[in-house]
Design a protein around this ligand. Structure first.
Ligand SMILES: *Cc1c(COP(=O)(O)O)cnc(C)c1O
Length: 375
């Protein structure tokens, strides 16, 4: 049996006719950039999130960059963030000319440990950029409390958490601006790149709308510096309008599958995903933690030999990448992130995954720990 890590065609097949009709309509409309689909998707997404404004952009990485720009973050500023994320969350900070300052993670949720934030605050600190890793919110209550106390901006990286609820509020709507990605493998994914920002602040929303078109409100009149060309594509918006109608169902399905995994794997010497009481989880990823690198690497090899694809999110803390060398960070700076990155492995989980596939994955993982070969 072969179980892929994700299966994007499986989801497409379930809504093929709706998607194809929506895309055809764009072709016929002759409106290819910032047309009705983008406007209507922004409205539907804002309504879904309970946010006053949503602004569609080219991808999640640009969303993060534009959020920082809109909040006037640039050279000389420091932004506190997590080292345990996709590199885009920190790259956005570097791209503005500001400096990412890394705060180690919580041992259980792998999200930024809010109790380590304050010791990293300096007179140059301007913002906190928490990432809602794997689909579960960071400890936003603490993040917002600290931000308020020190007058810091909060930009949420909700690229892995569309639809996650934290104490009654949607991920991406608690800070000043929330950033989303619609990369195809995200829980709400297009058929290409896409991204969005959410904010309750009218001025920020207006600035973001200008920044995504070279800082202009009126064509060929450029008011805000630092703008780029980054727009949600009309075709992607049409697809996302269809998919938004299914997101609750898909997120629910992800939760059911995560619960099944948990039930089947609970006896094993593995750290399963830990859910905080105040945040829901959409299991963008279902990531387990082994005792360390040797065991993790053996588990992955064993799963691959038995037809199960896996992935590691993420194998290297951001500051240890060669691209971050100039910042002067070194091994040992965030010991928990370093330890976790060597021990984790993500198992296949997507809404269309069959029960049979999930059982196979669980059986192979169990067999690995029972030291026996698959029949
Ligand atoms: C996917 C992702 C991004 C970047 O999104 P893109 O659309 O690929 O640019 C940023 N942060 C996190 C945590 C992500 O998972």
């Amino acid at each position: 049996m072969h179980v892929p890590f994700v299966d994007l065609q499986a989801q497409y097949k379930t809504i093929q006719r709706e998607i194809e009709a929506a895309v055809q309509a764009v072709f016929h409309s002759g409106q290819y950039i910032l047309g009705d689909n983008v406007r209507m998707f922004e409205q539907a997404a804002a309504d879904y999130l309970g946010s006053s404004h949503a602004v569609g952009v080219g991808n999640g990485s640009d969303a993060l960059y534009l959020a920082l720009k809109a909040c006037d973050i640039g050279p000389g500023c420091e932004v506190l963030t997590t080292p345990f994320s996709f590199v885009a969350s920190s790259d956005a900070i570097l791209r503005t000319g500001a400096k990412p300052v890394f705060v180690d993670i919580d041992e259980k949720t792998y999200n930024m440990d809010p109790f380590l934030i304050e010791e990293r605050i300096t007179p140059r600190t301007r913002a906190i950029l928490p990432v809602h890793l794997y689909g579960q919110c960071a400890n936003m209550e603490e993040v917002m409390r600290i931000a308020k106390k020190h007058s810091l901006t909060v930009i949420e990286d909700a690229c892995q958490a569309f639809g996650t609820v934290y104490k009654g509020r949607m991920a991406g709507t608690m800070g000043n601006i929330g950033c989303f990605s619609f990369f195809p493998t995200k829980n709400l994914g297009g058929c290409g790149d896409g991204g969005m920002l959410a904010t309750d602040d009218r001025d920020l929303a207006e600035k973001l709308r200008m920044l995504r078109v070279h800082g202009s409100k009126t064509r060929y009149h450029h008011e805000v510096a630092g703008g780029i060309n980054s727009r949600l594509d009309e075709i992607q918006a049409a697809i996302l309008r269809v998919k938004l109608r299914y997101i609750d169902e898909w997120n629910r399905r992800r939760n059911e599958m995560a619960a099944k995994y948990a039930a089947l794997l609970q006896e094993l010497p593995l750290q399963l995903p830990v859910r905080e009481t105040h945040s829901s989880h959409i299991y963008h990823l279902f990531t387990v933690k082994t005792s360390g690198k040797p065991e993790r690497d053996e588990l992955i090899a064993y799963l691959h030999r038995n037809g199960v694809q896996t992935a590691v999110h993420y194998p290297v803390p951001i500051y240890l990448h060669p691209s971050y060398l100039d910042l002067g960070y070194q091994a040992g700076d965030c010991p928990i992130a370093e330890r976790v990155s060597e021990a984790i492995c993500s198992l296949p989980l997507y809404p269309e995954m069959t029960e049979e596939s999930l059982n196979h994955v669980a059986r192979v993982v169990s067999a690995f720990y029972q030291g026996r070969r698959m029949p």
